[in-house]
Design a protein around this ligand. Structure first.
Ligand code: ADP
Length: 475
């Protein structure tokens, strides 16, 4: 008993599984969809008794051939999995004489199965989400967060009930909250986004987070909320910032080096020229066998040599700020000022100056360099005092974020704004040596010291009214 060719072709292309049993209860045909669904070929399937396979206690042999039957049952597939399906049996006529049964197997899941499947998927998702090192959250269709994975909760050290809704937002760094106002528009348009912000970790430390948000759509195409993944990128960010700082520092030190080489060579030339011309004069006198003036020329030459020696020593001092600095330690700035005032006691008394100190903080730094810094600035305030005015020098400090901002204010001669930057360059002076002694190294050294302490130095001044030197030191 065989199927006619057109009938076989029809069943082969049929998308649902078909089994045909003849009137002797022997399986005579299974279609392609059946093989695909269960894994059994006709020969393999024949080995089993049909009821055993369908896990149902129905006596198939007694099933009336002129009736249709329908039921749901499990089927053990070749790979061992149980498949839940709807089975319907109908009588089947091979030709006019022979009647068999046709089993129509439909693997559509039932409600119960759907529920189980959903539960299984949810469990799978939760296991996966909790095991991943990425923080994951989900919002509902009104964009209120209702899910955070274990990784998120461990990171923030908070409970799910603290985080849901908008609870998580409290842990976003106040300066970064604007990021979420910016992406609001993207959220209303259901667009993918990525953003960066700082989020407070369980230990109170703010970490840099990279967040990627993706809209979720339900089966009917409607918006179901957002799903987001967040990664702690602090290490990467720190490396990036460090690299940028290093590049900036390299550029700065290159420029400084060029400026330094130019100024140093230029300034060293000046006493060298003087030495050279007086030695030439001495040479001429000696050649002419004359001795008049030689002593005076030699004095000028020696003066030039001394000046050059002074400049070279200054250069050495300047280059030592970074090379020979002490490691940072806890420094009480009140103690620093005490030492500075002891060093300058004579000069302060000579000038009848008033130095007003305020309470200063304790910070991390190189105490020798901090003494040097204050000493240079106070010495300058005394040196560049205004004619006939008692020098008044005020030292103050203010807290500015991560920095302490110190100020040294005097009532001296002041500086024109156009020289504000120049005075911090090595050997740059605004006055002749005869008016005010010095080599122009003091403020250049101050700048180097401040920069070594992570800060900046600048001046605000008015000619004839006085100057205020500001500098910051990292807390
Ligand atoms: P020096 O004191 O040896 O000249 P500095 O580097 O200390 O070198 O100062 C550079 C220049 O800045 C000084 O020559 C002076 O013109 C100016 N200057 C520094 N401090 C003051 C101040 N408190 N008031 C006015 N001018 C100042």
């Amino acid at each position: 008993m065989t199927l006619s060719e057109p009938m076989r072709n029809f069943f082969e292309e049929y998308t649902e599984a078909i089994v045909i049993i003849d009137d002797k209860n022997e399986t005579t045909y299974v279609n392609k969809a059946f093989v695909h669904l269960t894994g059994y070929t006709l020969e393999e399937f024949k080995v089993f008794s049909v009821p055993a396979l369908f896990q149902v206690k129905v006596n198939f042999t007694t099933i009336s051939l002129d009736k249709n039957y329908r039921w749901e049952c499990g089927l053990k597939c070749k790979d061992g999995t149980d498949l839940w399906m709807r089975v319907s049996i109908s009588p089947f006529h091979f030709d006019d004489k022979h009647v068999g049964k046709i089993y129509h197997l439909s693997a559509n899941p039932t409600q119960e199965q759907l529920k189980n499947l959903l539960k299984e998927n949810e469990t799978r998702f939760t296991i996966l989400a909790d095991a991943t090192p990425v923080m994951i959250w989900m919002t509902d269709e009104s964009n209120l967060t209702y899910y955070f994975n274990q990784t998120w909760l461990e990171f923030t050290g908070r409970k799910l009930e603290d985080e849901i809704g908008t609870g998580w937002f409290k842990n976003v760094h106040p300066d970064d909250r604007f990021v979420f106002s910016e992406i609001k528009k993207l959220l209303t348009d259901n667009i993918n986004y990525s953003c960066e912000y700082r989020l407070k970790r369980h230990d109170g430390v703010y970490r840099h987070i990279l967040e990627i948000g993706t809209p979720r759509f339900l089966a009917d195409g409607s918006f179901g909320g957002y799903m987001g993944s967040c990664l702690d990128i602090t290490e990467m960010k720190t490396a990036q910032i460090e690299l940028a700082n290093q590049t900036k520092e390299l550029q700065r030190s290159n420029e400084e080096l060029e400026q330094f080489a130019y100024v140093a060579s230029h300034d060293l030339q000046e006493p060298l020229r003087m030495v050279n011309s007086y030695v030439q004069l001495v040479k001429k006198r000696v050649e002419a066998k004359r001795t008049d003036g030689i002593e005076e020329f030699m004095e000028y030459a020696v003066d030039g040599v001394n000046r050059m020696q002074g400049l070279i020593n200054d250069l050495l001092q300047y280059s030592r700020v970074n090379r020979k600095g002490n490691p940072f330690a806890t420094v009480d700035m009140n103690e620093v000022l005490k030492i500075v005032m002891a060093h300058l006691a004579n000069k302060v008394a000579e000038n009848k100056a008033q130095v007003e100190l305020s309470d200063l903080p304790i910070l991390q730094g190189d105490s020798f360099q901090l003494i040097r810094l204050f000493q240079n600035l106070i010495e300058n305030a005394l040196k560049f005092k205004a004619e006939g005015v008692i020098p008044v020098i005020k030292i103050a400090v203010e807290e500015k974020g991560d920095f302490w901002q110190f100020s040294i204010k005097d009532n001296g001669i002041g500086i024109d704004q156009k020289f504000y930057n120049r005075i911090f360059v090595i050997f740059q002076r605004l006055h002749a040596r005869t008016d005010y002694e010095g080599t122009g190294i003091g403020l250049a050294v101050c700048k180097k010291i401040v920069e070594r302490h992570g800060g900046e130095i600048w001046i605000e001044s008015e000619t004839g009214k006085g100057s205020t030197f500001y500098f910051t030191i990292k807390k």
